[in-house]
Design a protein around this ligand. Structure first.
Ligand SMILES: [Ca+2]
Length: 115
């Protein structure tokens, strides 16, 4: 190795916070290792996002299922006003939930189609 090469070669400082990127532990952080970490992080984020979306879709579906029981419950314990309000809100609520669930399954279908 000549002197000029030595100068252009970049080194990480000792005990750098980036040392975790040296996946094979040979002391050299290659572009490949950095790209690999980026890929893994993207996969992890994608995974978290999907979990959150799935949770939201299920939560919405359960809300949809429990909504009528809530109305029945209100009637049963003589909360007539509450039952009426819930009934009035139902149309808006169901359309919103349907939109969320449709968006979820729609995006799932698009993702699957891309793969
Ligand atoms: Ca390495």
């Amino acid at each position: 190795m000549t002197k000029s090469e030595n100068k252009t070669e970049k080194k990480f400082e000792h005990e750098t916070k980036y040392k975790k990127y040296d996946l094979d532990g040979d002391g050299v952080i290659t572009d490949k290792e950095l790209e690999m970490d980026e890929k893994l992080m993207r996969i992890e984020n994608e995974d978290k996002k999907q979990d959150a979306q799935r949770y939201m879709a299920w939560f919405s579906l359960w809300g949809m299922l429990l909504y009528p029981s809530l109305v029945v419950f209100s009637v049963l314990i003589n909360l007539d006003q509450a039952a009426k309000i819930l009934g009035d809100m139902a149309s808006v609520y169901f359309v919103s939930v349907a939109a969320i669930v449709a968006a979820f399954f729609g995006s799932q279908a698009i993702v699957k189609g891309k793969k």
